[in-house]
Ligand binder design. Structure first.
Ligand code: SER
Length: 606
Protein backbone atom coordinates (compact mmCIF):
# COMPACT_ATOMS: atom_id res chain seq x y z
CA UNK A 1 0.00 0.00 0.00
CA UNK A 2 1.61 3.27 -1.02
CA UNK A 3 1.74 6.29 1.22
CA UNK A 4 -1.00 8.13 -0.59
CA UNK A 5 -3.43 5.26 -0.02
CA UNK A 6 -2.51 5.17 3.66
CA UNK A 7 -3.33 8.85 4.04
CA UNK A 8 -6.69 8.47 2.36
CA UNK A 9 -7.59 5.34 4.22
CA UNK A 10 -6.77 6.76 7.64
CA UNK A 11 -8.62 10.03 7.21
CA UNK A 12 -11.50 8.37 5.37
CA UNK A 13 -11.99 5.82 8.14
CA UNK A 14 -12.42 8.49 10.80
CA UNK A 15 -14.39 10.82 8.57
CA UNK A 16 -16.89 8.01 8.12
CA UNK A 17 -17.13 7.87 11.90
CA UNK A 18 -18.08 11.51 12.26
CA UNK A 19 -14.66 13.14 12.46
CA UNK A 20 -13.94 16.45 10.75
CA UNK A 21 -10.70 16.37 8.77
CA UNK A 22 -8.32 19.14 9.82
CA UNK A 23 -5.54 20.25 7.51
CA UNK A 24 -2.05 20.12 9.01
CA UNK A 25 -1.02 23.37 10.65
CA UNK A 26 2.36 24.98 10.01
CA UNK A 27 5.38 23.30 11.58
CA UNK A 28 5.96 26.55 13.45
CA UNK A 29 3.34 27.01 16.16
CA UNK A 30 1.77 30.36 15.57
CA UNK A 31 0.99 31.54 19.05
CA UNK A 32 2.93 29.21 21.25
CA UNK A 33 6.38 30.56 21.93
CA UNK A 34 7.24 27.73 24.31
CA UNK A 35 8.17 25.35 21.52
CA UNK A 36 10.03 25.86 18.26
CA UNK A 37 8.06 23.27 16.31
CA UNK A 38 4.99 21.12 16.48
CA UNK A 39 6.28 17.83 17.80
CA UNK A 40 2.97 15.96 18.05
CA UNK A 41 -0.34 15.94 16.26
CA UNK A 42 -2.16 17.14 19.35
CA UNK A 43 -0.10 20.28 19.80
CA UNK A 44 -2.27 22.64 17.74
CA UNK A 45 -5.26 21.28 19.64
CA UNK A 46 -4.05 21.97 23.16
CA UNK A 47 -6.50 24.84 23.84
CA UNK A 48 -9.32 22.52 22.80
CA UNK A 49 -8.10 19.63 24.90
CA UNK A 50 -8.11 22.11 27.77
CA UNK A 51 -11.78 22.82 27.13
CA UNK A 52 -12.10 25.50 24.46
CA UNK A 53 -14.82 24.63 21.97
CA UNK A 54 -13.54 23.63 18.53
CA UNK A 55 -15.41 25.18 15.61
CA UNK A 56 -15.48 21.87 13.73
CA UNK A 57 -16.95 19.84 16.53
CA UNK A 58 -15.97 17.17 19.00
CA UNK A 59 -14.52 14.54 16.65
CA UNK A 60 -11.45 15.54 14.72
CA UNK A 61 -8.81 13.83 12.63
CA UNK A 62 -5.65 15.05 10.93
CA UNK A 63 -2.25 14.21 9.55
CA UNK A 64 0.00 16.76 11.19
CA UNK A 65 3.51 17.75 10.13
CA UNK A 66 5.96 17.45 13.02
CA UNK A 67 9.66 18.14 13.57
CA UNK A 68 11.77 16.70 16.36
CA UNK A 69 15.47 17.39 16.52
CA UNK A 70 16.44 15.98 19.90
CA UNK A 71 17.58 12.67 18.44
CA UNK A 72 19.69 14.15 15.67
CA UNK A 73 22.54 11.71 16.29
CA UNK A 74 20.23 8.74 15.79
CA UNK A 75 18.96 9.90 12.41
CA UNK A 76 20.01 7.45 9.76
CA UNK A 77 19.23 4.32 11.78
CA UNK A 78 16.02 2.44 11.06
CA UNK A 79 13.61 4.50 13.06
CA UNK A 80 14.65 8.12 13.54
CA UNK A 81 13.85 11.10 11.39
CA UNK A 82 13.70 14.82 12.10
CA UNK A 83 10.53 15.34 10.07
CA UNK A 84 7.56 13.06 10.33
CA UNK A 85 3.84 13.17 10.00
CA UNK A 86 1.47 12.03 12.68
CA UNK A 87 -1.93 10.62 11.95
CA UNK A 88 -4.33 11.34 14.75
CA UNK A 89 -7.93 11.27 15.82
CA UNK A 90 -9.45 13.17 18.71
CA UNK A 91 -12.51 13.15 20.86
CA UNK A 92 -13.11 16.39 22.72
CA UNK A 93 -15.31 15.17 25.53
CA UNK A 94 -17.19 12.86 23.18
CA UNK A 95 -16.32 9.14 22.82
CA UNK A 96 -13.77 7.54 25.12
CA UNK A 97 -11.82 4.32 25.60
CA UNK A 98 -14.22 1.78 24.15
CA UNK A 99 -14.76 3.43 20.78
CA UNK A 100 -11.17 4.58 20.50
CA UNK A 101 -9.63 1.17 21.08
CA UNK A 102 -12.18 -0.67 18.97
CA UNK A 103 -11.69 1.69 16.04
CA UNK A 104 -7.93 1.39 16.21
CA UNK A 105 -8.21 -2.38 16.12
CA UNK A 106 -10.75 -2.27 13.32
CA UNK A 107 -8.70 0.08 11.17
CA UNK A 108 -5.54 -1.93 11.72
CA UNK A 109 -6.95 -5.37 11.04
CA UNK A 110 -10.12 -5.20 8.96
CA UNK A 111 -10.27 -5.73 5.21
CA UNK A 112 -11.62 -2.20 4.63
CA UNK A 113 -8.79 -1.02 6.83
CA UNK A 114 -5.14 -1.95 6.67
CA UNK A 115 -5.67 -5.69 6.94
CA UNK A 116 -2.85 -6.37 9.40
CA UNK A 117 -2.67 -9.75 11.10
CA UNK A 118 -4.16 -9.36 14.59
CA UNK A 119 -1.81 -12.10 15.83
CA UNK A 120 1.04 -9.67 15.34
CA UNK A 121 -0.38 -7.02 17.70
CA UNK A 122 0.67 -6.39 21.29
CA UNK A 123 -0.54 -3.66 23.63
CA UNK A 124 0.45 -1.93 26.84
CA UNK A 125 -1.75 -0.23 29.44
CA UNK A 126 -1.05 1.99 32.44
CA UNK A 127 -0.30 0.13 35.69
CA UNK A 128 -1.43 2.97 37.98
CA UNK A 129 0.35 5.25 40.45
CA UNK A 130 -0.44 7.97 42.99
CA UNK A 131 -2.00 10.14 40.28
CA UNK A 132 -4.35 7.71 38.60
CA UNK A 133 -5.57 4.14 39.00
CA UNK A 134 -4.53 1.08 37.01
CA UNK A 135 -6.21 1.21 33.61
CA UNK A 136 -8.21 -2.00 33.94
CA UNK A 137 -10.83 -0.59 31.62
CA UNK A 138 -8.55 -0.35 28.58
CA UNK A 139 -7.06 -3.75 29.32
CA UNK A 140 -10.58 -5.21 29.60
CA UNK A 141 -11.55 -3.74 26.24
CA UNK A 142 -8.43 -5.21 24.64
CA UNK A 143 -9.06 -8.60 26.21
CA UNK A 144 -12.56 -8.70 24.84
CA UNK A 145 -11.33 -7.75 21.36
CA UNK A 146 -8.53 -10.32 21.34
CA UNK A 147 -10.85 -13.07 22.64
CA UNK A 148 -13.50 -12.27 20.07
CA UNK A 149 -10.98 -12.43 17.25
CA UNK A 150 -9.33 -15.61 18.39
CA UNK A 151 -6.01 -13.90 19.09
CA UNK A 152 -4.04 -16.20 21.35
CA UNK A 153 -1.59 -15.76 24.19
CA UNK A 154 -0.46 -13.05 26.48
CA UNK A 155 -0.64 -9.69 24.71
CA UNK A 156 -1.63 -7.06 27.22
CA UNK A 157 1.10 -5.65 29.46
CA UNK A 158 0.80 -3.15 32.25
CA UNK A 159 3.59 -0.59 32.40
CA UNK A 160 4.51 2.39 34.53
CA UNK A 161 3.93 6.07 33.85
CA UNK A 162 7.26 6.25 32.12
CA UNK A 163 5.80 4.24 29.24
CA UNK A 164 2.07 4.65 29.53
CA UNK A 165 1.40 8.19 30.62
CA UNK A 166 1.49 10.91 28.02
CA UNK A 167 1.83 14.66 28.25
CA UNK A 168 3.32 17.26 25.96
CA UNK A 169 5.56 18.75 28.62
CA UNK A 170 5.24 20.17 32.09
CA UNK A 171 2.19 22.26 31.30
CA UNK A 172 -0.18 20.18 29.29
CA UNK A 173 -3.30 18.09 29.25
CA UNK A 174 -2.27 14.51 29.95
CA UNK A 175 -3.44 11.04 30.79
CA UNK A 176 -2.89 7.31 30.72
CA UNK A 177 -2.41 5.75 27.33
CA UNK A 178 -2.54 2.42 25.65
CA UNK A 179 0.14 1.73 23.08
CA UNK A 180 -0.19 -0.67 20.19
CA UNK A 181 2.83 -2.61 18.93
CA UNK A 182 3.34 -4.61 15.77
CA UNK A 183 5.57 -7.64 15.47
CA UNK A 184 7.86 -6.96 12.51
CA UNK A 185 9.33 -10.45 12.62
CA UNK A 186 6.08 -12.42 12.57
CA UNK A 187 7.69 -14.81 15.01
CA UNK A 188 5.65 -14.14 18.15
CA UNK A 189 2.24 -15.41 17.14
CA UNK A 190 1.47 -17.23 20.35
CA UNK A 191 1.95 -14.34 22.74
CA UNK A 192 4.83 -13.30 24.98
CA UNK A 193 5.67 -13.12 28.66
CA UNK A 194 6.19 -9.64 30.07
CA UNK A 195 9.92 -10.20 30.02
CA UNK A 196 9.92 -11.46 26.45
CA UNK A 197 7.83 -8.49 25.41
CA UNK A 198 10.35 -6.03 26.87
CA UNK A 199 13.18 -7.88 25.17
CA UNK A 200 11.51 -8.07 21.77
CA UNK A 201 10.68 -4.41 22.04
CA UNK A 202 14.20 -3.27 22.77
CA UNK A 203 15.50 -5.53 19.99
CA UNK A 204 13.17 -3.57 17.67
CA UNK A 205 11.37 -6.75 16.72
CA UNK A 206 8.25 -4.99 17.91
CA UNK A 207 7.51 -1.45 16.89
CA UNK A 208 5.02 0.93 18.47
CA UNK A 209 2.56 1.98 15.83
CA UNK A 210 -0.22 3.78 17.66
CA UNK A 211 -0.64 5.60 20.92
CA UNK A 212 -4.13 6.23 22.29
CA UNK A 213 -4.04 8.75 25.10
CA UNK A 214 -7.01 9.18 27.38
CA UNK A 215 -6.59 12.77 28.40
CA UNK A 216 -8.44 13.43 31.60
CA UNK A 217 -5.88 15.34 33.65
CA UNK A 218 -3.98 18.60 33.59
CA UNK A 219 -0.35 19.12 34.45
CA UNK A 220 1.05 22.46 35.63
CA UNK A 221 4.75 22.98 36.29
CA UNK A 222 5.28 19.25 36.14
CA UNK A 223 2.58 18.33 38.68
CA UNK A 224 -0.80 16.87 38.01
CA UNK A 225 -3.22 19.44 39.38
CA UNK A 226 -6.54 17.78 38.69
CA UNK A 227 -9.03 16.60 36.14
CA UNK A 228 -9.90 18.38 32.94
CA UNK A 229 -13.44 19.53 32.24
CA UNK A 230 -13.70 16.83 29.57
CA UNK A 231 -12.54 13.30 29.07
CA UNK A 232 -10.68 13.51 25.78
CA UNK A 233 -9.05 11.06 23.44
CA UNK A 234 -5.80 11.94 21.67
CA UNK A 235 -4.36 9.29 19.41
CA UNK A 236 -1.19 9.47 17.40
CA UNK A 237 0.21 7.10 14.81
CA UNK A 238 3.47 7.84 13.05
CA UNK A 239 2.74 7.98 9.35
CA UNK A 240 6.18 6.81 8.20
CA UNK A 241 6.04 3.85 10.57
CA UNK A 242 2.68 2.85 9.18
CA UNK A 243 4.09 3.03 5.67
CA UNK A 244 6.97 0.83 6.80
CA UNK A 245 4.79 -1.79 8.50
CA UNK A 246 2.26 -1.95 5.70
CA UNK A 247 5.03 -2.50 3.18
CA UNK A 248 6.72 -5.20 5.17
CA UNK A 249 9.88 -3.15 5.68
CA UNK A 250 12.00 -2.84 8.78
CA UNK A 251 12.81 0.85 8.23
CA UNK A 252 10.87 3.70 6.72
CA UNK A 253 13.63 4.82 4.37
CA UNK A 254 12.67 1.82 2.24
CA UNK A 255 9.12 3.08 1.68
CA UNK A 256 7.88 4.97 -1.36
CA UNK A 257 8.28 8.24 0.59
CA UNK A 258 12.00 8.11 -0.09
CA UNK A 259 12.12 6.52 -3.56
CA UNK A 260 12.48 9.71 -5.53
CA UNK A 261 14.80 11.33 -3.00
CA UNK A 262 17.23 8.41 -3.05
CA UNK A 263 17.29 8.16 -6.82
CA UNK A 264 18.20 11.82 -6.94
CA UNK A 265 21.01 11.27 -4.46
CA UNK A 266 22.31 8.40 -6.63
CA UNK A 267 22.27 10.72 -9.64
CA UNK A 268 24.38 13.25 -7.80
CA UNK A 269 27.20 10.83 -7.08
CA UNK A 270 30.65 11.32 -8.60
CA UNK A 271 33.78 9.16 -8.90
CA UNK A 272 34.54 10.34 -5.41
CA UNK A 273 31.54 8.37 -4.20
CA UNK A 274 32.81 5.24 -5.84
CA UNK A 275 36.18 5.62 -4.20
CA UNK A 276 34.70 6.83 -0.94
CA UNK A 277 36.38 5.71 2.24
CA UNK A 278 32.99 5.04 3.80
CA UNK A 279 31.94 1.47 4.48
CA UNK A 280 28.72 0.37 2.85
CA UNK A 281 26.89 0.64 6.14
CA UNK A 282 28.26 4.09 6.82
CA UNK A 283 27.42 5.25 3.30
CA UNK A 284 23.84 4.09 3.79
CA UNK A 285 23.60 6.02 7.04
CA UNK A 286 25.01 9.16 5.44
CA UNK A 287 22.64 8.86 2.50
CA UNK A 288 19.70 8.61 4.89
CA UNK A 289 20.93 11.61 6.87
CA UNK A 290 21.12 13.73 3.73
CA UNK A 291 17.64 12.60 2.67
CA UNK A 292 16.24 13.28 6.12
CA UNK A 293 17.80 16.70 6.52
CA UNK A 294 16.80 17.97 3.09
CA UNK A 295 13.28 16.62 3.58
CA UNK A 296 12.96 18.51 6.86
CA UNK A 297 14.55 21.63 5.40
CA UNK A 298 12.10 21.67 2.51
CA UNK A 299 9.16 21.39 4.88
CA UNK A 300 10.51 24.10 7.18
CA UNK A 301 11.15 26.53 4.35
CA UNK A 302 7.69 25.87 2.95
CA UNK A 303 6.36 26.99 6.33
CA UNK A 304 8.27 30.26 6.18
CA UNK A 305 11.49 29.42 8.06
CA UNK A 306 14.71 30.86 6.64
CA UNK A 307 18.26 29.94 7.67
CA UNK A 308 19.55 32.17 10.46
CA UNK A 309 21.44 32.03 13.74
CA UNK A 310 18.44 31.91 16.05
CA UNK A 311 15.45 29.75 16.87
CA UNK A 312 13.82 27.82 14.02
CA UNK A 313 16.18 29.43 11.50
CA UNK A 314 19.17 28.05 13.37
CA UNK A 315 17.80 24.53 13.35
CA UNK A 316 17.30 24.83 9.61
CA UNK A 317 20.83 26.16 9.17
CA UNK A 318 22.24 23.31 11.24
CA UNK A 319 20.42 20.70 9.19
CA UNK A 320 21.52 22.20 5.90
CA UNK A 321 25.14 22.65 6.90
CA UNK A 322 25.26 19.15 8.28
CA UNK A 323 23.81 17.92 4.99
CA UNK A 324 26.52 19.78 3.04
CA UNK A 325 29.23 18.12 5.08
CA UNK A 326 27.72 14.67 4.63
CA UNK A 327 27.14 15.28 0.92
CA UNK A 328 30.89 15.87 0.67
CA UNK A 329 31.62 12.74 2.67
CA UNK A 330 29.48 10.77 0.28
CA UNK A 331 31.19 12.39 -2.70
CA UNK A 332 28.13 14.09 -4.16
CA UNK A 333 28.48 16.91 -6.68
CA UNK A 334 28.69 20.40 -5.26
CA UNK A 335 25.28 22.05 -5.43
CA UNK A 336 23.50 18.71 -5.20
CA UNK A 337 21.24 19.84 -2.37
CA UNK A 338 19.28 21.93 -4.85
CA UNK A 339 18.40 18.79 -6.81
CA UNK A 340 17.67 16.65 -3.80
CA UNK A 341 15.35 19.40 -2.58
CA UNK A 342 13.61 19.23 -5.93
CA UNK A 343 12.93 15.53 -5.40
CA UNK A 344 11.54 16.24 -1.93
CA UNK A 345 9.25 18.91 -3.34
CA UNK A 346 7.99 16.45 -5.94
CA UNK A 347 7.30 13.86 -3.25
CA UNK A 348 5.15 16.26 -1.21
CA UNK A 349 3.77 18.59 -3.89
CA UNK A 350 0.44 16.75 -4.07
CA UNK A 351 0.03 16.69 -0.32
CA UNK A 352 1.05 20.22 0.68
CA UNK A 353 0.10 23.08 -1.55
CA UNK A 354 2.61 25.43 0.04
CA UNK A 355 5.41 23.02 -0.91
CA UNK A 356 4.27 22.89 -4.54
CA UNK A 357 3.79 26.62 -4.77
CA UNK A 358 7.18 27.49 -3.37
CA UNK A 359 9.25 24.97 -5.29
CA UNK A 360 11.67 27.58 -6.62
CA UNK A 361 11.97 29.58 -3.39
CA UNK A 362 12.68 26.41 -1.46
CA UNK A 363 15.37 25.24 -3.87
CA UNK A 364 17.02 28.64 -4.07
CA UNK A 365 17.03 29.06 -0.29
CA UNK A 366 18.73 25.69 0.10
CA UNK A 367 21.18 26.34 -2.70
CA UNK A 368 22.06 29.78 -1.31
CA UNK A 369 22.73 28.31 2.11
CA UNK A 370 24.93 25.61 0.56
CA UNK A 371 26.91 28.22 -1.36
CA UNK A 372 27.20 30.49 1.64
CA UNK A 373 28.58 27.64 3.72
CA UNK A 374 30.92 26.53 0.96
CA UNK A 375 32.49 30.00 0.89
CA UNK A 376 33.94 29.28 4.30
CA UNK A 377 33.77 25.49 4.60
CA UNK A 378 37.17 24.54 3.18
CA UNK A 379 38.96 27.29 5.12
CA UNK A 380 37.02 26.26 8.20
CA UNK A 381 38.08 22.63 7.76
CA UNK A 382 41.69 23.76 7.48
CA UNK A 383 41.26 25.84 10.62
CA UNK A 384 39.75 22.83 12.37
CA UNK A 385 42.77 20.69 11.41
CA UNK A 386 45.12 23.44 12.58
CA UNK A 387 43.32 23.63 15.92
CA UNK A 388 43.46 19.88 16.36
CA UNK A 389 47.18 19.77 15.54
CA UNK A 390 48.16 22.49 17.97
CA UNK A 391 45.94 21.40 20.86
CA UNK A 392 47.12 19.64 23.95
CA UNK A 393 44.92 16.99 25.51
CA UNK A 394 41.63 15.99 23.93
CA UNK A 395 39.51 19.09 24.42
CA UNK A 396 39.09 21.91 21.92
CA UNK A 397 38.74 25.24 23.73
CA UNK A 398 35.54 27.27 23.61
CA UNK A 399 37.50 30.09 22.00
CA UNK A 400 38.59 27.92 19.09
CA UNK A 401 35.09 26.51 18.64
CA UNK A 402 33.78 30.05 18.69
CA UNK A 403 36.15 31.08 15.90
CA UNK A 404 34.87 28.15 13.84
CA UNK A 405 31.35 29.37 14.51
CA UNK A 406 31.76 33.09 13.99
CA UNK A 407 34.33 33.15 11.18
CA UNK A 408 33.58 29.94 9.33
CA UNK A 409 29.90 29.40 10.10
CA UNK A 410 30.32 26.01 11.79
CA UNK A 411 27.31 25.40 14.04
CA UNK A 412 28.68 24.34 17.41
CA UNK A 413 26.83 21.02 17.19
CA UNK A 414 28.67 20.30 13.97
CA UNK A 415 32.04 21.08 15.52
CA UNK A 416 31.17 18.79 18.43
CA UNK A 417 30.26 16.06 15.97
CA UNK A 418 33.44 16.50 13.95
CA UNK A 419 35.49 16.44 17.13
CA UNK A 420 33.68 13.27 18.21
CA UNK A 421 34.64 11.58 14.94
CA UNK A 422 38.31 11.90 15.91
CA UNK A 423 37.67 11.20 19.58
CA UNK A 424 38.02 14.78 20.78
CA UNK A 425 35.70 16.94 22.83
CA UNK A 426 34.70 20.60 22.93
CA UNK A 427 34.70 22.69 26.07
CA UNK A 428 31.05 23.56 25.71
CA UNK A 429 30.83 25.73 28.78
CA UNK A 430 33.74 27.78 27.60
CA UNK A 431 32.11 28.10 24.18
CA UNK A 432 28.86 29.29 25.74
CA UNK A 433 30.78 31.90 27.71
CA UNK A 434 32.36 33.15 24.49
CA UNK A 435 29.02 33.23 22.84
CA UNK A 436 27.57 35.27 25.66
CA UNK A 437 30.42 37.72 25.50
CA UNK A 438 30.01 38.26 21.81
CA UNK A 439 26.34 38.13 21.29
CA UNK A 440 23.39 40.17 22.17
CA UNK A 441 21.72 37.98 24.77
CA UNK A 442 18.34 38.34 23.22
CA UNK A 443 19.58 36.44 20.20
CA UNK A 444 20.42 33.31 22.09
CA UNK A 445 17.09 31.89 21.12
CA UNK A 446 15.27 29.05 22.71
CA UNK A 447 16.84 29.53 26.12
CA UNK A 448 15.16 32.88 26.45
CA UNK A 449 11.73 31.46 26.05
CA UNK A 450 9.24 30.32 28.59
CA UNK A 451 10.43 27.50 30.69
CA UNK A 452 6.79 26.86 31.39
CA UNK A 453 6.28 24.36 28.61
CA UNK A 454 3.32 24.21 26.29
CA UNK A 455 0.59 26.73 25.82
CA UNK A 456 1.80 29.10 28.45
CA UNK A 457 -0.90 31.68 28.76
CA UNK A 458 0.42 33.91 31.51
CA UNK A 459 -1.29 37.31 31.74
CA UNK A 460 1.68 39.19 30.39
CA UNK A 461 1.98 36.91 27.34
CA UNK A 462 -1.68 37.37 26.57
CA UNK A 463 -1.17 41.13 26.65
CA UNK A 464 1.74 40.84 24.25
CA UNK A 465 -0.39 38.72 21.98
CA UNK A 466 -3.07 41.42 21.73
CA UNK A 467 -0.39 44.08 21.31
CA UNK A 468 0.97 42.03 18.39
CA UNK A 469 -2.38 42.34 16.61
CA UNK A 470 -2.40 46.11 17.15
CA UNK A 471 1.17 46.35 15.90
CA UNK A 472 0.41 44.31 12.80
CA UNK A 473 -2.42 46.63 11.81
CA UNK A 474 -0.49 49.79 12.69
CA UNK A 475 2.38 48.64 10.45
CA UNK A 476 -0.02 48.12 7.59
CA UNK A 477 -1.38 51.64 8.04
CA UNK A 478 2.03 53.23 8.16
CA UNK A 479 4.02 51.11 5.70
CA UNK A 480 1.34 49.69 3.42
CA UNK A 481 -0.78 46.60 3.08
CA UNK A 482 2.10 44.51 1.74
CA UNK A 483 3.08 44.10 5.39
CA UNK A 484 2.17 40.62 6.46
CA UNK A 485 3.12 38.47 9.39
CA UNK A 486 6.12 36.21 8.85
CA UNK A 487 6.57 35.12 12.41
CA UNK A 488 5.60 35.93 15.94
CA UNK A 489 7.24 35.07 19.20
CA UNK A 490 6.33 36.16 22.67
CA UNK A 491 8.22 35.87 25.92
CA UNK A 492 7.19 37.44 29.22
CA UNK A 493 9.67 40.23 28.47
CA UNK A 494 8.74 41.33 25.00
CA UNK A 495 6.97 40.61 21.77
CA UNK A 496 8.83 39.89 18.58
CA UNK A 497 7.15 40.31 15.24
CA UNK A 498 8.56 39.47 11.82
CA UNK A 499 6.89 40.90 8.77
CA UNK A 500 7.33 41.28 5.03
CA UNK A 501 8.86 44.66 4.22
CA UNK A 502 12.07 45.50 2.44
CA UNK A 503 13.30 48.87 3.73
CA UNK A 504 14.62 49.79 7.14
CA UNK A 505 11.96 51.74 9.00
CA UNK A 506 12.69 55.42 9.58
CA UNK A 507 12.47 56.92 13.05
CA UNK A 508 9.40 58.77 11.97
CA UNK A 509 7.69 55.58 10.81
CA UNK A 510 8.49 53.86 14.06
CA UNK A 511 7.10 56.79 15.99
CA UNK A 512 3.89 56.76 13.97
CA UNK A 513 3.43 53.03 14.57
CA UNK A 514 3.95 53.48 18.31
CA UNK A 515 1.53 56.39 18.36
CA UNK A 516 -1.19 54.41 16.61
CA UNK A 517 -0.82 51.43 18.95
CA UNK A 518 -0.86 53.66 22.03
CA UNK A 519 -3.88 55.54 20.73
CA UNK A 520 -5.77 52.26 20.34
CA UNK A 521 -4.80 51.31 23.86
CA UNK A 522 -6.06 54.63 25.17
CA UNK A 523 -9.33 54.24 23.29
CA UNK A 524 -10.06 51.20 25.51
CA UNK A 525 -11.31 49.09 22.63
CA UNK A 526 -13.02 45.79 23.38
CA UNK A 527 -11.41 42.64 21.99
CA UNK A 528 -14.08 40.37 20.55
CA UNK A 529 -14.13 36.87 19.16
CA UNK A 530 -16.57 35.28 16.72
CA UNK A 531 -16.78 31.95 15.04
CA UNK A 532 -17.64 32.09 11.36
CA UNK A 533 -17.66 29.85 8.32
CA UNK A 534 -14.38 30.34 6.46
CA UNK A 535 -15.90 32.13 3.44
CA UNK A 536 -17.81 34.57 5.60
CA UNK A 537 -14.81 35.26 7.80
CA UNK A 538 -12.75 35.93 4.71
CA UNK A 539 -15.33 38.44 3.48
CA UNK A 540 -14.80 40.57 6.58
CA UNK A 541 -11.33 41.32 5.26
CA UNK A 542 -9.70 39.81 8.35
CA UNK A 543 -5.99 39.09 8.05
CA UNK A 544 -4.97 35.50 7.62
CA UNK A 545 -1.64 34.41 6.35
CA UNK A 546 -1.63 30.78 7.22
CA UNK A 547 -4.25 29.73 4.72
CA UNK A 548 -3.66 26.03 5.12
CA UNK A 549 -4.45 25.94 8.76
CA UNK A 550 -8.11 26.61 8.64
CA UNK A 551 -11.01 24.26 8.31
CA UNK A 552 -14.55 25.20 7.36
CA UNK A 553 -15.09 27.35 10.40
CA UNK A 554 -12.66 29.81 11.87
CA UNK A 555 -12.34 31.97 14.93
CA UNK A 556 -11.80 35.61 14.25
CA UNK A 557 -10.59 38.13 16.79
CA UNK A 558 -11.45 41.76 16.18
CA UNK A 559 -10.48 44.81 18.15
CA UNK A 560 -13.25 47.41 18.20
CA UNK A 561 -16.98 47.55 18.82
CA UNK A 562 -18.17 45.89 15.61
CA UNK A 563 -16.51 43.75 12.97
CA UNK A 564 -17.11 46.39 10.31
CA UNK A 565 -15.51 49.18 12.27
CA UNK A 566 -12.84 47.11 13.97
CA UNK A 567 -9.30 48.46 13.91
CA UNK A 568 -7.82 44.98 13.69
CA UNK A 569 -9.31 41.71 12.49
CA UNK A 570 -7.39 38.47 12.33
CA UNK A 571 -8.04 34.78 12.12
CA UNK A 572 -6.54 33.62 15.36
CA UNK A 573 -6.81 30.95 18.01
CA UNK A 574 -6.40 33.42 20.91
CA UNK A 575 -6.13 34.00 23.77
CA UNK A 576 -6.39 37.78 24.10
CA UNK A 577 -7.15 40.38 26.73
CA UNK A 578 -10.73 41.62 26.99
CA UNK A 579 -9.94 45.29 26.43
CA UNK A 580 -6.95 47.16 25.02
CA UNK A 581 -6.89 49.37 28.12
CA UNK A 582 -5.22 46.46 29.90
CA UNK A 583 -2.07 46.77 27.82
CA UNK A 584 -0.30 49.79 29.32
CA UNK A 585 2.24 51.69 27.22
CA UNK A 586 3.68 50.27 24.00
CA UNK A 587 7.25 50.93 22.88
CA UNK A 588 9.35 49.64 19.98
CA UNK A 589 12.80 48.66 21.17
CA UNK A 590 14.42 47.48 18.01
CA UNK A 591 13.77 47.22 14.31
CA UNK A 592 16.11 45.15 12.17
CA UNK A 593 16.40 42.89 9.15
CA UNK A 594 16.18 39.13 9.70
CA UNK A 595 16.19 37.89 6.14
CA UNK A 596 15.81 39.17 2.62
CA UNK A 597 12.57 41.16 2.64
CA UNK A 598 11.74 40.38 6.25
CA UNK A 599 12.01 42.90 9.09
CA UNK A 600 11.78 42.23 12.80
CA UNK A 601 10.40 44.41 15.55
CA UNK A 602 10.92 43.85 19.23
CA UNK A 603 8.62 45.82 21.46
CA UNK A 604 7.69 46.03 25.11
CA UNK A 605 4.70 47.01 27.20
CA UNK A 606 5.21 48.93 30.39
N1 SER B 1 -0.02 12.81 21.81
C1 SER B 1 0.28 11.43 21.65
C2 SER B 1 1.59 11.21 20.94
O1 SER B 1 2.14 12.13 20.40
C3 SER B 1 -0.83 10.76 20.89
O2 SER B 1 -1.20 11.53 19.79
O3 SER B 1 2.08 10.12 20.95
Amino acid sequence: MNSKEIRQKYLGFFEKRGHAILPSTSLVPENDPSVLFNTAGMQPLVPHLLGEKHPLGKRLTSIQKCVRTIDLESVGDNSHATFFEMMGNWSLGDYFKKESINWSFELLTSKEGFGLDANRLYVTCFEGDENAPKDEESAGIWKEIFDKNGVKGNRIFFMSAEDNWWSAGDNSPCGADTEIFYDLTNSHKEGLTHEEFIKANSAQELVEIWNNVFMEYEKKDGKIIGKLANKNVDTGAGFERFAMVLNGKDNFYDTDLFDEIFSKIEEQKTELSVNSALSEKEALRVKRIIADHIRTSVMLISDGVTPSNTDQGYILRRLLRRAVRFADNLGLKKGSLFWIADAVVSTYADIYENVAKQRETIKVTIDTEEQKFRNTLSHGLKEFDRIVKKMEGDTISGKDAFVLFSTYGFPIEMTIEMAGEIEKKIDREDFDEEMKKHQDLSRSGAGQKFKGGMGDTSDISIKYHTATHLLHQALREVLGTHVSQKGSNITPDRLRFDFAHTAKMTDEEKQRVEDIVNKKIEESLPVNVVELPFAEAEKTGALHFFGEKYGDKVTLYYIGDTIDEAFSKEFCGGPHVKNTSELGHFKIQKEEAVAQGVRRIKAVLS
